[in-house]
Design a protein around this ligand. Structure first.
Ligand code: LLP
Length: 421
């Protein structure tokens, strides 16, 4: 469910017309709906309300501070994967004791900052990382609450590039290493062993692989407890998929929660969830304007003012974001288009042979489900400034990321003295 719908043939975000937003803030532009973010958070929180549970929003999906503040106001914590993300989360007032630090390569600075802040938990990815955390905690008078990220060897995920639970993936410690590593961790100074963490991939629409992974983890928690390791938390990672097209029917948060309840049985643990895409994905759209229509070799190209630097998912994962006209015109035909951007790369293509309402220069199009892994993965390739992001709340709209000017981009680089004439 989201709050992007047509009113009088014009796409609206909540109570504001997308055409008006495009006029006012220019294109390309990311548009987020506060009501949708709020709804997604609440539906999930409600599904887990009978279970001690920390929702640590995986802010890698969309870390704009306005998005974070929206979720923080609802009580959300944050799953962070870098020192920068941790600082962002704290800047909007997410309390440190609701922050979980994941990520494969925590630097010494990251670890010290997190210890000093007093975060809820480190999700540890390797033995060297455990030793580093122990050394820094012990030397500075802290105790770090840790979980190991266990790789359950269950493969899942909407695309090979976003699957993480297989043996060849870099993530986590191996399943068979689990018990020994926990015993070792208990003996290290500055370490409080409290959790088991698992995350097998992203855009998982079917509960079976999640269930398989969680069942393995529950078994491990019981074994560890028997061996005297007092596990009190289970971090289930993120991963529940979202509908990208009409007809997609991923498992719902309620079904997910019921499955978790069933798998946990009488196991008394705090559950930690790290949802990213399911909170932000369908709460955002990406809007672009048609620069040119070009017909060549029997193909019809719609060349947009947005490129793979703005929305990388199609180039990186062959993802298809449903594209809608911002203004529906009853009289126009439906034609097949290759939807492409202005960048000098063949992968700068949003869709191939895509049936769309006939387009003309200047028309606006909206890519749906672009709220997660859209703006955060954008870059300035071809010296294309990172585009604006706006947040809508009812009939209010605010600019929440200002694109840099060309002058600012150019001024951020330095030509050494010896090259100046
Ligand atoms: N927790 C961990 C440890 C993760 O690595 C991720 C995502 C999440 C939680 C959140 O997963 P979600 O609930 O969003 O599925 N850029 C890709 C997705 C990469 C996901 C990386 N990890 C895409 O655009 O599809």
């Amino acid at each position: 469910m989201h709050h992007f719908e047509y009113r009088d043939s014009v796409l609206h975000c909540e109570d504001i017309s997308v055409s008006d937003i495009a006029e006012r803030f220019g294109t390309p532009v990311y548009i987020y709906s506060s009501a949708t973010l709020t709804r997604h958070y609440k539906v999930l929180a409600d599904a887990f309300k009978d279970q001690p549970c920390l929702i640590a929003y995986a802010m890698k999906a969309n870390s704009n501070q306005a998005v974070l503040a929206t979720l923080a106001a609802l009580g959300s914590g944050a799953d962070v994967v870098s020192g920068g993300e941790m600082k962002r989360a704290m800047a909007v007032g997410i309390p440190a004791n609701k922050i979980v630090f994941s990520g494969v390569a925590k630097s010494r600075t990251d670890i010290l900052d997190a210890l000093e802040a007093g975060i809820h938990q480190f999700n540890v990815e390797s033995l060297p990382e455990l030793h580093r955390i122990s050394e820094l905690a012990n030397a500075n008078g802290y105790t770090a609450d840790i979980a190991f990220r266990i790789n359950p060897h269950v493969e899942a995920g909407g695309h090979a590039n976003i699957s993480t639970g297989g043996a060849e993936h870099k993530f986590g410690i191996a399943w068979h290493e689990g018990k020994d590593f926990y015993t070792l961790a208990q003996s290290l100074p500055g370490i409080n062993v409290c959790g088991v963490d698992v995350h097998i991939g992203s855009q998982i629409t079917n509960l079976d692989p999640l269930r398989a992974a969680f069942e393995k983890v529950v078994g491990l928690v019981r074994d560890l407890r028997e061996a005297g390791v007092p596990i009190t938390r289970m971090d289930l990672g993120g991963g529940l998929g979202i509908p990208y097209r009409d007809g997609d029917e991923p498992a719902t948060p309620a079904e997910y929660a019921a499955m978790v309840r069933e798998v946990l049985g009488d196991l008394d643990v705090e559950v930690i969830l790290e949802p990213g895409r399911m909170i932000a994905g369908n709460a955002g759209i990406f809007v672009s304007r048609v620069e040119y229509i070009k017909e060549r070799d029997g193909r019809r190209f719609a060349i947009l003012d947005a490129g793979m630097n703005d929305l990388m998912r199609p180039a990186l994962y062959q993802a298809v974001h449903e594209m809608k006209p911002v203004v529906r015109s009853e009289g126009r035909a439906t034609l097949d288009y290759d939807i492409v951007g202005p960048i000098c790369e063949s992968t700068d293509r949003f869709a191939k042979n895509y049936p769309a309402q006939e387009m003309n220069e200047g028309d606006l199009v909206a890519f749906m489900s672009a709220g997660a892994y859209g703006a955060v993965m954008s870059n300035q390739y071809n010296t294309r400034p990172m585009c604006a992001e706006v947040l809508v709340n009812g009939d209010n709209v605010a600019l929440i990321r200002t694109p840099p000017t060309f002058e600012e981009i150019i001024a951020s680089e330095t030509v050494p003295e010896w090259l100046k004439t």
